[in-house]
Ligand binder design. Structure first.
Ligand SMILES: NCc1[nH]cc(CCC(=O)O)c1CC(=O)O
Length: 316
C-alpha cells in the first residue's frame, strides 16, 4: 500500500472557524489513537455558502449550502471524512454517506456583541442588529419589536469587522464558534437559552463519512460523545418534522440530565417575531428521536396550517 493511502484526508471549509474545527478533530484523533499529524491531510473545499455573500442563506437555498461540495468530495473519494458544524447540516444526508460521530458539544448559547450597548436591553430605540439568521432576527424582534435587523453574511471575522465599521450597533454569534477561535472576549453578553434558544445542532461538531468506509467509523468512534449524540438526534428529528421551509425560524435545545432523562424545548417563530409557538417535551434519552418528532408534530399542531402562509416558498 502506498504511503499516502494510509493518510486520512479530512475535508473542511476554509473559514477560520471551519479550520479550527478540523484541527480540533485531528488533535482529538491523534490523542485517541496515538497517531501523528503526518497521518492526516486537511483538504480545504469551497462551498456555495462561502462564495455567495450578498444574499440571505434562506433565499439561496438554505442548509445544504455549506455541505454540498464537501459531500461530493466524500462520494468521489477525494476526502475520507468531513468535519461540519452540525447546525449547517440538512436533515437529509445524501445516499452513500452518514454522520459517523457527533463530538462533545460546546456551549450552545448565543452571544450578544454590542458596539456601545453591552446587552439587548441596552440598545437604544430603533437600533440596528446585523445577522443572517432568521431565528436570531425573529427572537430579537420578539423581545424588542423596535429593533431593525440587517443582513450580515460572511464568516465570523467578516461580521465582527462590519460591526466595528459601524454597519450595525450589535450582532449575535454562537459562543461555541467564538470559543473555538479564542475570541470569546468579543461577547458583551450571553443570552439565556430559554429566552433565546439556539439553532438545532448549534455548538456540536459532526463528522460525515462514506457508508462503505468502516475504517473511518472505527477511527471516529473513539471521539464520539454519547450525550451529545442523543441531544442531536432529538433536535434533528424536530427539524425534520418541520422541514419544508428553510424560511421558518426554528430553535431547539435538548438537555440530558445525569439520570438519562431528556428535556426538550422547541420553538417556531414568524420572521418578524409577532407569533411564537413553543413546546416542551421530556422522556428517556433512548427515545431521543421520538421526543423530537413528538415535539415537532405538537408545535405544528399549535401553529396551525395558516402559520406557514406567506413565507413558505423562497421569493423569486
Ligand atoms: N453558518 C455559521 C455557523 N455555523 C456554525 C457556527 C457556530 C459554531 C457552532 O454552532 O457549532 C456558525 C457561526 C455562528 O452562528 O456564530
Amino acid at each position: 500500500m502506498a504511503e499516502t493511502d494510509r493518510i486520512f484526508k479530512i475535508g473542511t471549509r476554509g473559514s477560520p472557524l471551519a479550520l479550527a474545527q478540523a484541527s480540533e478533530v485531528r488533535a482529538r484523533l491523534i490523542a485517541a489513537h496515538g497517531l501523528s499529524e503526518a497521518d492526516f491531510a486537511i483538504e480545504v473545499i469551497s462551498t456555495a455558502g462561502d462564495r455567495i455573500l450578498d444574499r440571505p442563506l434562506s433565499e439561496v437555498g438554505g442548509k445544504g449550502l455549506f455541505t454540498k461540495e464537501i459531500e461530493a468530495a466524500l462520494l468521489d473519494g477525494r476526502i475520507d471524512l468531513a468535519v461540519h458544524s452540525s447546525k449547517d447540516m440538512a436533515t437529509a444526508i445524501p445516499d452513500g454517506l452518514h454522520i459517523s460521530a457527533f463530538l462533545e458539544r460546546e456551549d450552545v448559547r448565543d452571544a450578544f456583541i454590542g458596539r456601545d450597548a453591552r446587552t439587548i436591553a441596552d440598545l437604544p430605540e430603533g437600533a440596528t442588529v446585523g445577522s443572517a439568521s432568521l431565528r436570531r432576527q425573529a427572537l430579537l424582534k420578539r423581545m424588542r419589536p423596535d429593533l431593525r435587523t440587517i443582513m450580515f453574511r460572511g464568516n465570523v471575522q467578516t461580521r465582527l469587522r462590519k460591526l466595528a465599521e459601524g454597519h450595525a450597533d450589535a450582532t449575535l454569534l454562537a459562543i461555541a464558534g467564538l470559543n473555538r477561535m479564542e475570541m470569546a472576549h468579543h461577547a458583551t453578553d450571553i443570552l439565556s437559552p430559554e429566552e433565546f434558544p439556539p439553532a438545532p445542532g448549534q455548538g456540536a461538531i459532526c463528522i460525515e463519512s462514506r457508508d462503505a468506509d468502516t475504517r473511518v467509523d472505527e477511527l471516529v468512534a473513539a471521539i464520539a460523545h454519547r450525550e451529545t449524540t442523543h441531544t442531536l438526534h432529538a433536535e434533528r428529528a424536530f427539524l425534520k418534522v418541520l422541514d419544508g421551509s428553510c424560511r421558518t425560524p426554528i430553535a431547539a435545545r435538548a438537555v440530558l440530565a445525569h439520570d438519562g432523562r431528556m428535556s426538550f424545548h422547541g420553538m417556531i417563530l414568524r420572521p418578524d417575531g409577532t407569533e411564537v409557538h413553543e413546546i416542551h417535551e421530556a422522556g428517556d434519552a433512548d427515545a431521543a428521536t421520538e421526543i423530537g418528532e413528538r415535539a415537532g408534530r405538537a408545535v405544528l399542531a399549535k401553529a396551525g396550517p395558516r402559520f406557514f402562509d406567506g413565507w413558505g416558498e423562497p421569493q423569486p
